[in-house]
Design a binder for this molecule. Structure first.
Ligand code: NAD
Length: 228
């Protein structure tokens, strides 16, 4: 009987890749069967897995989608910074494969998505929301994928500015500020370590295997109201 999910890890030498590999060592339900990074062919890694987890670079997405389609494998995509065309490709691929695509795999940030939607509905257009995100200096994309998702959620009420700060070794902080007449509400999430994303990605990998083809969010995995 099958006891563990066989995972191919793409971006394995990176900060997230290493954190996922470390966590998986102690998880009997996960078997990392292949690891690849820049310069390695993705095909041999993907063809013998149940699901591929991608925490690499947006430029890898063409090859990842093509290879996953060829072998009919599920995907968990954590990489951020994709262009509109690359996002379109992910959506098209999800017409044929089950894919979890999430800018943030932490339970706390997915709660922040749900709370932001709720607060925006309560306040309406009288309150001007603003997003602030802070990350370590090595982060390649700005604004963060999480900040863009928060902006999408708030778009229904108005256009929202994003302030991106790159400093030190900050793992990830996001604040949504609602400023209105004589009062102000701030919702903040602070990531303490990369393990929260790694745990979420491994949970998503176990959840997605065997699901029908569709683009799923982490909120689907967690069973909370999806952010639009
Ligand atoms: P990193 O720079 O430490 O690691 C990225 C790794 O991918 C590197 O080892 C690099 O060599 C490799 N790589 C680059 N191009 C590749 C390619 N074409 N094929 C295979 N491997 C390739 O970055 P990181 O901090 O680990 O983050 C990786 C990605 O995940 C970023 O896009 C980041 O924004 C995103 N991220 C998402 C979440 C989330 O919860 N969704 C959390 C943290 C980071």
């Amino acid at each position: 009987m099958k006891t563990s999910v066989r995972v191919a890890l793409i971006g394995a030498r990176g900060r997230m890749g290493q954190t996922i590999a470390d966590l998986a060592k102690d998880d009997p339900k996960i078997d990392i069967v292949a690891q690849c990074d820049l310069g390695d062919a993705i095909d041999p890694a993907i063809k013998d897995c149940d699901v591929a987890i991608d925490f690499s670079n947006s430029s890898a997405i063409d090859e990842i989608c093509r290879t996953a389609l060829q072998h009919g494998k599920a995907l968990v995509i954590g990489t951020t910074g994709h262009s509109p065309e690359q996002r379109q490709l992910i959506e098209e691929t999800a017409g044929k494969l089950p894919i979890v695509f999430a800018p943030n795999f932490s339970v706390g940030v997915n709660a922040l998505f749900a709370l932001t939607r709720q607060v925006a509905e309560i306040f309406g257009s009288e309150f001007a929301p603003k997003i602030t995100e802070t990350h370590h200096k090595m982060k390649k994309d700005a604004p963060s994928g999480t900040a863009k998702t928060l902006r999408e959620i708030l778009k229904e009420t108005q256009e929202v500015p994003i302030e991106s700060i790159r400093e030190g070794d900050v793992v990830g902080e996001h604040t949504v500020t609602f400023a209105g007449p004589d009062e102000r509400l701030e919702l903040t999430h602070r990531a303490g370590s990369r393990e929260i994303f790694a745990r979420g990605a491994l949970r998503a990998a176990q959840w997605i295997v065997g699901k029908p083809a569709r683009l799923y969010s982490m909120q689907d995995v967690l069973g909370i109201t999806p952010a639009k």
